[in-house]
Design a protein. Structure first.
Length: 206
């Protein structure tokens, strides 16, 4: 990455991508804490997923450079990217190595783009007409889980988009904030992926 003077000084606040940033005061905290040491604010926002809140990717769809016709995308559960923990390590490493100029800015962008493609792959399937039909046929409890999956992929994609706003200069805030959003989305996917797989298996067996 491009660096000025002593390098990406603002990346030092990332603490090598370890720890949690308080959403209220921006203080960095050890990763095992649930509340900010500085202000007491919860470090992870617990989102409520009410059945009535489901809007199918906010209805307006995804804003991206990749165009597709969602009504003609066939939903394939085998292609749904539910295992993304490796991407968290990839992006964490990209920021940490960018801090010490071990990778170029272009390499950073390529790594984030790879992660973004995974998020888009997931949302493309979850916006398909086939998946809309699935949402209409499952139980209320299953619909709630699938709604959480959609919201998690949205968060995953939003984080990648913000990471791509980093321009290679000293201000690495977009990279850091975007990473934490990606991490939160992928952690939510990890929490529910076994339930999602079970739901989809049950649908295929009917």
């Amino acid at each position: 990455m491009n660096r000025e003077e002593d390098g990406l000084d603002l990346f030092s606040g990332f603490h090598s991508a370890l720890g949690k940033q308080c959403p209220s005061c921006d203080e960095m905290n050890p990763s095992d804490l649930s509340h900010c040491e500085n202000c007491g604010h919860p470090l992870e926002d617990e989102e409520e997923y009410e059945e009535g809140d489901f809007s199918f990717v906010h209805e307006e769809g995804i804003t991206s450079s990749r165009e597709y016709e969602k009504d003609y995308v066939k939903f394939d559960a085998q292609k749904l990217p539910l295992d993304n923990s490796g991407l968290v390590e990839l992006l964490k490493d990209s920021i940490a190595r960018g801090q010490t100029a071990e990778i170029t800015y272009d390499e950073y962008i390529n790594n984030v783009e790879d992660a973004r493609e995974k998020a888009l792959d997931g949302l493309e399937l979850l916006e398909s007409r086939d998946f809309r039909h699935i949402m209409e046929t499952v139980s209320a409890s299953d619909k709630k889980i699938l709604s959480r999956l959609i919201q998690a992929f949205e968060k995953f994609l939003d984080g990648c988009q913000e990471m791509l706003e980093y321009d290679g200069g000293n201000d690495g805030s977009h990279a850091v904030k975007g990473f934490y959003r990606v991490e939160a989305g992928i952690k939510e996917i990890d929490k529910i992926k076994e339930d999602v797989k079970k739901i989809l298996r049950n649908i295929r067996s009917k």
